[in-house]
Design a protein around this ligand. Structure first.
Ligand code: EPU
Length: 351
C-alpha cells in the first residue's frame, strides 16, 4: 500500500484547460491510510500542497513547486450505517456513498441506473465526486447541496478525518467552507440522500423547452438526464474537443438598485432575485455585450458557443489565459460597473 511519489510531474493531462504546467511532486493516493504520512512529511518539509480533482475547475497560471495531491479514492455503495450514529434516511430515501476519486457523471449514471433520483439535473458536469462539494456544483435548477447528506474530509493541516453534515459545509452559490479553506481539507468521500420516487425539477425554462420540443409530456428522471445532456452538448464546448474549465466567472450578485440602473439602459439583461435586496445577473450576457464572445488572443479565447467559458484553442499558457480573464474583468467593469469573480481556482505560484 506504499504511495508512489512522482518528481517533476507534468500536469498537462491533469487540468482540462490543458495548460502545460509542472508539479514539484505528484501523489495519487488510493487509500485514506496513505494521507497522514503524506501530509505529515509535507508539513515537516514546509512543502506547500495543492489538492486537485480532475482539474476541471483549475487554472494553472504557474508551475506548482510543491506537492500536488490527486486523490484516487474509489467506490460507490449504499450507505446503510452512518458512522456518527444518525438515523438512516426515512421512507423512500436512500443514502449513497461515493469515494472522492469517482468521476461525477459516472456516479450520476450509477444512481439513475439503480432508480435513485435527485441528481439527474447535474448530469455531464465535468470533474470528480470529491471536487463537487468544494464549489457546490449546480446546473439547470439543482445544486449539489439540495441532496448532499455528509462530507468526509482529511484535515491536511492538523491530521485526522472529519465528518461534516450538510449544514456544517457552509454552502452558498458556487461556495463552501472547503473552498474558503482551500489548503485545509482533502475530501475523501461524499454521501447523498436520494429518493426512489421521481420528483423531476423543471424550474429551468430551457429544460422545460427541451423536453417539450422532444414531445415529452410527463418527464421522468431519465428524460431529464437526457435533456440536460443534450442542452450541455449543444450549448457548452466539449472539454474533449476544446480545452476549457466550464464557466470561468460566477454570475455576479449586485444590489437591486444597481441591477435596475443597468436594466434601464439594457431591458434584455437577464437577472434573477438573489435575496437580501440583491439580484443575480448573467455574466455570459455582460461578457457578450462587452463584445468579447469568441474573442481570441493567440490560443487563449472566449468560447464562441458560450461567453462564460474560456477556452484554450491549442497551446495557450496559463499566464495567457489569466491575462485574458483580467481583460474580460476590466472590460465588463468599465462598461457595466460590475466586478466579475472567477469561478475556478487560480494558481499563480507556490510558497
Ligand atoms: N447568455 C448570453 N450569452 C451567452 C450565453 C448565455 O447572453 O453566450 C445568456 C442567456 O441568454 C441566458 C443567460 O445568459 O439568459 C444564462 O445562460 P445559461 O442558462 O447558459 O446559464 P449561465 O448562468 O451562463 C449557469 C452556470 C452553469 C450551468 C448553467 C445552467 C454559473 C457560473 N454557471 O450558467 O454552470 O450549467 O447556469 O444552469 O453559475 C459551470 O459552473 O461550470 C457551469 C457550466
Amino acid at each position: 500500500m506504499s504511495l508512489q511519489l512522482h518528481y517533476g510531474a507534468s500536469l498537462a493531462a491533469l487540468n482540462t484547460l490543458r495548460v502545460p504546467a509542472w508539479a514539484g511532486l505528484l501523489a495519487q493516493p488510493d487509500a485514506i491510510e496513505q494521507l497522514p504520512d503524506l501530509f505529515a512529511a509535507a508539513r515537516a518539509q514546509k512543502l506547500p500542497w495543492l489538492v486537485i480533482g480532475e482539474g476541471s475547475n483549475l487554472l494553472l497560471a504557474a508551475d506548482f513547486e510543491g506537492l500536488v495531491v490527486q486523490p484516487r479514492l474509489l467506490g460507490i455503495r449504499l450507505a446503510m450505517n452512518d458512522p456518527a450514529g444518525h438515523a438512516p434516511p426515512a421512507g423512500d430515501r436512500v443514502r449513497v456513498r461515493a469515494g472522492a476519486g469517482e468521476n461525477w457523471h459516472r456516479f450520476v449514471q450509477w444512481t439513475l441506473d439503480r432508480g435513485l433520483f435527485g441528481l439527474e439535473n447535474l448530469a455531464l458536469i465535468p470533474g470528480s465526486v470529491g471536487a463537487a462539494p468544494v464549489q457546490n456544483i449546480g446546473a439547470y435548477g439543482v445544486e449539489l447541496s439540495d441532496h448532499l447528506a455528509a462530507v468526509e474530509a482529511f484535515d491536511c493541516q492538523h491530521g485526522g478525518s472529519h465528518r461534516f453534515s450538510a449544514a456544517d459545509c457552509g454552502f452558498g452559490y458556487r461556495d463552501s467552507r472547503f473552498k474558503r479553506e482551500p489548503d485545509r481539507w482533502l475530501i475523501t468521500a461524499v454521501e447523498f440522500d436520494l429518493s426512489r420516487s421521481p420528483a423531476p425539477v423543471l424550474a429551468y425554462a430551457g429544460l422545460r423547452e427541451e423536453l417539450a420540443a422532444g414531445g415529452i409530456g410527463d418527464p421522468q428522471p431519465a428524460d431529464v438526464f437526457d435533456a440536460v445532456c443534450a442542452i450541455r452538448r449543444r450549448k457548452l464546448p466539449d472539454p474533449a474537443q476544446v480545452a476549457n474549465a466550464g464557466s470561468f466567472f460566477k454570475n455576479p450578485i449586485v444590489p437591486e438598485l444597481q441591477a435596475a440602473f443597468i436594466a434601464d439602459h439594457h431591458p434584455d439583461l437577464p437577472m434573477w432575485p438573489a435575496g437580501e435586496g440583491r439580484n443575480k445577473l448573467s455574466a455570459a450576457w455582460l461578457i457578450e455585450r462587452s463584445g468579447l464572445k469568441g474573442h481570441r488572443v493567440g490560443d487563449a479565447g472566449i468560447s464562441e458557443r458560450h461567453a462564460l467559458v474560456m477556452v484554450n484553442h491549442g497551446s495557450a499558457s496559463g499566464e495567457e489565459l489569466l491575462a485574458l480573464a483580467r481583460h474580460v474583468q476590466d472590460t465588463v467593469e468599465a462598461r457595466f460597473g460590475v466586478a466579475l469573480e472567477p469561478e475556478p481556482r487560480i494558481i499563480t505560484g507556490a510558497g
